[in-house]
Design a binder for this molecule. Structure first.
Ligand code: 5AD
Ligand code: SF4
Length: 450
């Protein structure tokens, strides 16, 4: 690798797929002399990796660009130039508008162009550049592998995108438009990346996809295989002790995936399975293609295969036409599932999606009230789940120094944050702890000494 001559700062908004993409952008630029920094002020190149899922997320880009202008002016007064690029889903959806509204931006590029980043940056030195095409070539064939030292510095737990895009077209969701239709990477490509991660010391991998359990990549015999089969292959990799995947659609929980949950000790007992609403009327209007009952049946089947599995979910309140009764159905479903954690959002009409043009949009104060009610209920269940862990023995992957001196922080199999009294030298190991107490957002445990 040539010596680093330039500094790169990437600010990531939104989901884990963007976190992964930001790392891959840094990997693409590293051989061209860009070293990542956590300090924006010293950056020669600033990239904003953006999220378009809700209006609030989108708006953040433009307020951030206001700050970028100040940064650029400050650096200019010191005789330094700063290139500003916007990547991710807002770039994909509103590239032209960004160029028109924000003169500070030199470069706009969508999620399918990351492998072309070095050329785009070079070109943006002379003119403003916009690249939001869905190219013929597969970016993953062209992105360079990360340097071992860089992987190690990113931590013991890594993301690996196996699938992108979505063909489901839920009526509220912008993903099928910003990320395009479903594409799965080949098994060989994924295993090669996973092997590199494991060789650099990574002990936990979360497989990512907008619709990850719809994964259908080619194996070495040229046959298409699902996520279950991929997980069985991943489990053979030495040093990889923990596997996770996110985000899933209820209709794609295949038999093989359930068997993976039953038979693979590496597959952690945690599943994020969004349902969005507990009302069949609203689920139909959302084009979810499942009912509350079929969702509950799927949960039941998963629990038969892995009884201790912690279920997480996503909910939207205030979708057009949602009545009090519909909302009560959502509360009833939450109670029935007993989520270990869940995320809930106020419906945000997204340009170009069918939901945005539906009549009967819900008044903001009604949606706000519903959101608060739902979040209080979810919090109650989350707390109940965490309390149920008190006194239990859990394995924890110790990842970093804890908040208090003498403590180390990590994650339980159920993805709970855990603080443990342990020396920093134990970071990197998976240990058994006994849960001694439970806080609002984390567990506290002590090492089990035999
Ligand atoms: N409004 C509110 N929430 C949304 N989500 C997706 N689109 C919207 C929208 N238009 C939520 C869904 C999804 C999560 C990633 O974001 O709950 O599962
Ligand atoms: Fe969006 Fe997920 Fe529905 Fe696909 S399955 S359209 S990503 S909410």
């Amino acid at each position: 690798m040539p010596p680093a001559q330039k500094k790169l700062f990437i600010k990531t908004f939104g989901c884990q797929m963007n976190v992964y993409d930001s790392n891959r952008m840094a990997d693409a630029l590293a051989p061209h002399g860009y070293e990542q920094t956590q300090d924006m002020v010293e950056a020669d190149l600033v990239l904003l990796n953006t999220c378009h899922i809700r209006e609030k997320a989108s708006e953040k880009v433009f307020s951030e660009l206001g700050r970028m202008k100040k940064l650029q002016d400050l650096r200019k007064s010191e005789g330094k130039s700063t290139m500003i690029g916007v990547a991710g889903c807002v770039a994909q959806a509103e590239g032209d508008e960004i160029i028109a509204r924000a003169p500070v931006v030199d470069l706009v590029f969508g999620p399918q162009s990351y492998h072309r980043l070095p050329q785009l940056v070079a070109k943006a030195g002379n003119e403003r550049v916009i690249d939001t095409e869905f190219p013929e070539e597969d970016k993953f064939d062209h992105l360079p592998a990360a340097d071992k030292k860089i992987i190690a510095a990113r931590g013991l737990s890594a993301f690996l995108t196996v699938q992108e895009g979505c063909d489901k077209f839920c009526a509220f969701c912008v993903v099928p438009y910003t990320r395009g239709s479903e594409v799965s990477r080949s098994v060989a490509q994924i295993l090669s990346e996973a092997n590199d991660l494991a060789a650099a010391g990574v002990r936990e991998i979360t497989l990512l996809g907008q619709n990850v359990n719809a994964y259908h990549g080619q194996n070495s015999s040229g046959n298409e295989v699902g996520l279950g089969a991929l997980l069985f292959e991943m489990a053979k990799i030495d040093g990889l002790d923990r596997l996770r995947y996110t985000t899933s659609h209820p209709n794609d929980m295949s038999e093989e995936l359930l068997i993976a949950h039953r038979d693979l000790p590496q597959l952690m007992p945690y599943l994020h399975l969004p349902v969005q609403s507990g009302s069949d009327r609203i689920l139909a209007a959302m084009n979810r293609k499942h009912t509350a009952k079929s969702y509950l049946q799927i949960i039941e089947k998963i629990r038969q295969n892995r009884p201790d599995i912690a279920i997480s979910g996503d909910f939207i309140v205030g979708f057009p036409g949602e009545s009090d009764e519909d909302f009560n159905d959502t509360l009833a479903l939450v109670k029935e599932v007993g989520y270990a954690s869940a995320y809930s959002f106020k419906y945000s009409p997204r340009p170009g999606t069918p939901g945005a043009s539906l009549k009967d949009q819900i008044a903001p104060d009604v949606a706000n009230e519903r959101l608060q009610t739902l979040q209080a209920l979810i919090k109650h269940h989350q707390n109940e789940f965490n309390q149920s862990c008190k006194g239990k023995t859990l394995s924890v992957l110790l990842e970093k120094p804890g908040r208090q001196p003498g403590q180390v922080a990590g994650r339980s199999p159920y993805l709970q944050a855990v603080h443990v009294d342990a020396p920093a030298s134990m970071i990197g190991s998976i240990i058994e702890i006994e849960v001694k107490s439970v806080g609002p957002n984390s567990l506290y445990g002590q090492l089990i000494t035999n």
